[in-house]
Every structure is written in structure tokens, then in C-alpha cells.
Design a protein around this ligand. Sequence first.
Ligand code: 13P
Length: 249
Amino acid sequence: MRKKIIAGNWKMNNTISQAEDFVASIIDRINVSDREVVICPSFVCLDTVYSVIENTNVKLGAQNVYFEEKGAYTGEISADMLVSCFVDYTIIGHSERRNIFSETDEMINKKAKTLLTRDIKPIICVGETLEQREQNKHFDFVKSQVINALKDIDEKSVAEKIVIAYEPIWAIGTGKTATAEQANEMCKFIRDTISELYSKKVADKIRIQYGGSVNAKNASQILNMPDIDGALVGGASLKDEFVSIVNFE
Ligand code: 13P
């Protein structure tokens, strides 16, 4: 049985004091053990958020990493730095990183491999544009993103460490959620792709999240779909509403 994983991607929101106050206000209500909960604040808030969630079941996540070990890469953050902040998960390949900061599949693959060397679990984001969906190219596109992101990654890592987040770009921050059926259809397609690439055993183990306008109202419908193993939540993870999403029934 795959444990559901609900992660809050704060994106570029919350100062240190806002982060501390907010997490302190919800921590007792998101400290659950039957599902995994991850908070992904900005880099500057990692330490503060950790100080609130330390000694609970809630895990810490980062929103990005650079693939080189160290050196002259002004403004970048290494996997070792994330380890030193007690980061368990790191989001890579978010569509905002791909589109605004021109990240390529190749970079995302390097980032995944770098994180795995430091035992940080990558949350790899994939997802199509509205245009691709309308042209019925969404399956091929997402398949190529999955194949490229996982290039040369061993099956044990894929089964046990990697999380894939299916985030259709047209559903991010738009209030326009994919239907639970559309989301499940693509998550199942991703699972079938993993089965082809690795094995059914690996496909049965890997966790695949849905992300895109998940909120307290639609969470339970989405999260009860058979191939959806969790949610990557943006806007609603900044509000008390996150508590209801985590505690969906
Ligand atoms: P929203 O939940 O705000 O649509 O954002 C989704 C997302 O991009 C999470 O990574």
C-alpha cells in the first residue's frame, strides 16, 4: 500500500516570521502518521520551519537544488547545503522553473541524480500545456518528460525515493482543476510508463502526486483516486485550508 504524500509548495511566499507563525499555527493539526506531510518553504525559511516541525512527523522539503557539488555558481544551493538544513524532499522540474528559468529535462535529470547521492528524495514535476492537451499531445509529452528525468536512474531509487508530481500547467494557480478522472488517467499513464521502463513492481511502488488548484473542497475526490498517491499544493498550502487537505477523508 502506497502511503499518500501531501506536500505544500510555498513558492516565493512568506518571510521568516510569517513562516514561523503559520507553521506554528497548524503543526498540531498536520502532525499525522498515516500519510506523509511535507512543507517546502523558500531556502531562507528552511531553518525556521525545521525548528517548528522538528520532533513531529512532518518533513521538510526544498523547492530547487543545483546539480553541481560546490563552487563558483553564484546564487545556487547545493544538495549538501540542503542536507545541512535537514531537508528530506526537494521539488525539481516545476513548470515555473522550466518556463521562467529555462530548465531543461537534462538539468532536471542531473538534479535528480545529485539529490539521490545525498539521500534526498526528488519530487519530479511533469505536466503539459493547455495547447498540448487540446492537440492530444499531452500523453507523448509527459511520457518524454518522465523518460528524460529518469535517465540512468536505478530501479531501487525510482521505487523507493522518487516521487512524480503530475501538474498540468493549465491547472496551476488558475483555479481550474483537472477533473479527478483526468488527473487519475495521467497518473495511471505515468505508472504504466514506469512499468515499461522498469517493471510492474517498481510501478506499483512509486508515488505519483497530482498538483494544480488542489483545495479543501476537491482534495478528497482527487486523493481517493486509485492512481493518485498525493497532492502537491500551491496556493492552498499557504492557508489554514492546508490542514483540511492533509486530513482529507
Ligand atoms: P496551485 O495549487 O496554486 O495551483 O499550485 C500548484 C503547484 O504549482 C504546486 O507545485
